[in-house]
Design a protein around this ligand. Structure first.
Ligand SMILES: [Fe+2]
Ligand SMILES: [Fe+2]
Length: 437
């Protein structure tokens, strides 16, 4: 798959060729972008030589520097900031983890990537939280380029430095307190099963995102991209998740008093119901169970950016929520006015930093604007958009201004009639569930 400034849209099977034309899934880049500044650090001169040679073709877009040690890198980053740092792990003197610790403190917005030949669990523990992504040597040139293009492409859409720093410095995301306690308890139990952990995790966007980050990391060497939390837990295994959770805080609990007007229960309930609706729309109504499973996962993650904003900028976000309520304006529009970005772009940026599969990133980025995908058949972002609008209209939440389905999009993909039918069906099933409860 080619990862240029355009990207194939979202619902292709792994390994499948693109379905026809190439379309921009993310909004187009600003007209004149500054070069992306990338620093490569490796104590092996031959490795740096290979990288220099192999990446010459990127010199028009990337301003690259190459240094032999952590100490040298540190001197350089004290003089100028880099957008991305790619470092070896094991180096004499300052190792990769120590270097990234300094980088996190000095320049939290810098994207931190480890390119290493070693990946035992103790090293994973040292790096989780410090590094956004881990690439394993030998790494193909395409994999390295694609990883760098992916993160820099999504970063270029987040022009607010403060939001870049916020997402860049996040080691974990806060969960619904009750689910955090449940997962913490399960992970301390010697008899915890993978099914139990997956059941808890798949109900919480923050826990889902962290497990998808870990399972999609080359730390663990799985040969394919992981799209579902069930699979993530199966692949990682209970004991690895337990070891990581014991050593580093991979999960955390949201403080309910932190951001006035932000109710984590509402985001949690909305995400879960949107995920269930998305799976039903894609799996049953569009008869595509593969798309249905991806849509479930993308919908669980689609409003993750709200958690990031409420947790990281609580006072500013409380003002945004208040303005949304006072003016009856959807929150993403007020976010754009205040932050020059919405929760969709902030969430997508974090998922890109964390190395989640590109279709999930695109779906989260475009869930309020699925026409950006340019496809006349419903794509992953489109299914999330429709499920999101259905959830808002069928089960409105107090003090939340609903996001409606884009009528142009419905016309574009020819789903106007079906959408009205789905709304009636979901209203009836919710009423029935409430009656039998
Ligand atoms: Fe949203
Ligand atoms: Fe939403």
């Amino acid at each position: 798959m080619r990862l240029e400034t355009t990207q194939f849209c979202c619902d292709r099977r792994p390994g499948e060729e693109p379905l026809g034309r190439e379309v921009p899934c993310l909004p187009g880049p600003p007209a004149a972008l500054a070069k992306t500044r990338i620093l490569f650090v490796d104590d092996e001169p031959s490795m740096l030589r290979v990288l220099k040679m192999a990446l010459r073709s990127m010199a028009g877009a990337w301003d690259m520097e190459f240094v032999n040690s952590g100490e040298e890198a540190l001197l350089l980053v004290e003089q100028k900031a880099f957008d991305v740092i790619v470092t070896d792990m094991r180096m004499p003197g300052m190792n990769g983890a120590q270097l990234l610790n300094h980088i996190l403190r000095l320049h939290p917005h810098t994207i931190r990537i480890i390119l290493s030949g070693y990946s035992d669990l103790s090293e994973v523990v040292n790096c989780v939280g410090l590094t956004h992504q881990f690439l394993e040597k030998p790494c193909s040139l395409d994999d390295l380029k694609n990883c760098l293009k992916r993160v820099t492409q999504v970063k270029s859409r987040l022009t607010n430095e403060k939001l870049c720093e916020l997402a860049g410095s996040l080691k974990n995301l806060p969960s619904l307190p009750e689910l955090y306690l449940e997962i913490a308890e399960a992970l301390q139990s010697p008899t915890a099963s993978a099914q139990r952990i997956a059941d808890i995790a798949s109900k919480d966007p923050a826990i889902s995102a962290k497990l998808l980050q870990l399972s999609n990391s080359a730390f663990f060497g799985f040969s394919h991209k992981v799209f579902s939390v069930d699979e993530a837990v199966q692949l990682l295994g209970v004991s690895v998740i337990q070891s990581l959770a014991m050593a580093v805080p991979i999960f955390s609990s949201f403080s309910r008093t932190k951001c006035p007007g932000f109710h984590i229960e509402q985001v949690w309930e909305h995400s879960l119901q949107t995920a269930i609706l998305a799976r039903r729309i894609a799996g049953h109504h569009l008869d595509d169970s593969f798309l249905g499973e991806q849509a479930f996962c993308a919908s669980m993650l689609h409003d993750l950016g709200k958690l990031i904003l409420a947790d990281g900028l609580p006072e500013e976000y409380a003002a945004v929520l208040q303005e949304s309520r006072d003016t009856r304006t959807p929150v993403f529009e007020v976010e754009r006015k205040h932050f020059q970005a919405t929760h969709a772009e902030v969430g997508a940026y974090l998922l890109a930093l964390w190395g989640l599969p590109m279709p999930l990133i695109e779906a989260v980025a475009n869930h309020h604007h699925p026409r950006r995908c340019g496809l006349q058949e419903p794509c992953l972002a489109g299914v999330v958009h429709l499920a999101n609008a259905l959830q808002h209209s069928v089960k409105p939440q107090p003090h939340v201004v609903p996001s409606l389905a884009d009528p142009e999009y419905l016309r574009y993909v020819g789903l106007e009639q079906q959408f009205q039918g789905w709304r009636a069906e979901f209203s009836a099933s919710l009423a029935e569930a409430a009656h039998t409860a």
